[in-house]
Every structure is written in C-alpha cells, then in structure tokens.
Design a binder for this molecule. Sequence first.
Ligand code: ZN
Length: 301
Amino acid sequence: MFKGVWEDGVPDLFGAIEAGGTKFVLAIGTSHDNIVAQTIIPTATPDETLGAAIAWFQDQRQLAAIGISCFGPVELDRTSPQWGYITQTTKPGWSQTDVAGLFGRTLECPVGFDTDVNGAVLGEYTHGAARGCDVAIYVTVGTGIGGGAIVNGVPLHGFRHPEMGHIRPRRHADDMEFDGICSFHGDCLEGLASGPAIKARWGASLSALADNHPAHDIIADYLSQFCATLLAFYSPQRIILGGGVMQTPRLLDRIKGKTGQLSKDYFAYDPQATIAAPNLDNMSGIVGAFELARKAIDDKI
Ligand code: ZN
C-alpha cells in the first residue's frame, strides 16, 4: 500500500476507527463491506496509541474522510474548542486528549466523531438489527456499561451525550453487601454489572461461572431493570445488547424473560423482538464509524 490518490485525483476511501479503552480497531475501505486494510492496536498512552494509528493511516492512501467511534466521555459540540476531545475519563492519561482534531490535521480530511455506543447504534441502524426503527438503543456491557440512542436516524447527543450506564438500579436481595466499583457512584449499574464488577465479586467472568451460579440471576436482574427503564423512557423498537459480558450463554434470554416480568405487561412490546443481540457481531462500531465518515463529507457540502 502507499499514500497517494486515485488517477482522477478523488480519494474514495474512508477511514474508520473504533477507539476503545482496551484496543483501537482501524479500517480503510470504500464502505464497511469493502474493507481493504484493517488492524488492531492496543490502547496504551495517547501518544503511543494515537501516534501508531496515525502512522498506520499515513502508510495507506489519502482518505476522503475518517469516522471515529470513541470511548468517552467526549465533547460532541461542534462549536466547542474542545470538540473531538476525550474529556474527563477514568482511563489514566487520557483526560483532555484531542482525538478528532489530531486525525483531521494529520490526515488532512474531514472527521466524523461520536461516542463508541452512538457509533454502534448508528451502524446497527444503517446495516444491522435496528434497521427501520424510529428509536433504537445500543447498550454495551463490558469493561463499562454505556448506551447510545438513535432517533429518526440521528444519534442522541443533548447537552453532552447520555451516560446510561450510570443509573442506579434497585439492589438485588442476594447482592446487598457489594459496594460496587464505579469510581464516581459506587453501586450504579456499571459499578454492579460491568465485567470488572462481576470479577470483583466472584473472581471470574460471568461466562466462566456455572449456569446455576447466583451471579447469572443477579446480573440479569440489573440489566433487566435497565431494559425496563429504557422501554419506559424511549419506547424503542429495538434494544440491542452487545459487549463482552453479553457473550455469556443464556444471558440474553434471561434478560428478555426478566424484563417481561418487571414490565408487568404494561409496555406494548414483545420482549423477544424488542431486545436483541447485535446483528453486526463485533463490527457495529466500525460500521458506524464508516457512516460517521460518510456523514462528515455530507456535513461539509
Ligand atoms: Zn457510575
């Protein structure tokens, strides 16, 4: 590969980045289903990781635009001088890091930028499990818990962006002793049901615990309370549950059943159809990043 432009001088390749707390997935292609180069680099310090990512892209062709689905919190207000920054994050060394601006300047192309979960819900809306939905939510349950909402094709931002993982669920009767691990709130949803919270209580990932271990019911209960809350707030046609913890066998079915119980048939929905796994597997964020890149060009026109 080389850096250059096509014969007619018009670059037609998009860059896409899924910037996560443990790894960055980088891709180049004309679209998500025609990726010509892809790589993964670990998330170390901003200098190392962003430097390696920029070097990788600079070894490829000139890009028409780049889209970034980024862990956060991030600044999404285009009028802010800090637009495209990771702001105050619990990830050591990454607070106040310019991400979007750095890629835009060094790769000399328009940048589309959003949260990781907004990128994922955008990907699922355009090509996956949320196609045709007026309102859909993507939730990741992994190292942290976060949710992105899309309304009529537009990811929801508001004042900054939703922080759905930090709601406070009612404590499960068999889980009253654990303090929770969220550094801000202790026993918020992320503090109780994220991958690290599960490990802190039971010393293993959920999928490594026997199917009859009480952890399965406790975690399903918290995530079901969350789903019932999302139904009450947004009336979504689809709630997509992704992330590492959701790989646990039977967890999705437990949540569907329990959400139905909690909802008491009050909401007009079918839990089997409304709550779903991602349709794009672990590609939701990258697919969304391609859409963000495409939108960055549309926004400029
Ligand atoms: Zn929290």
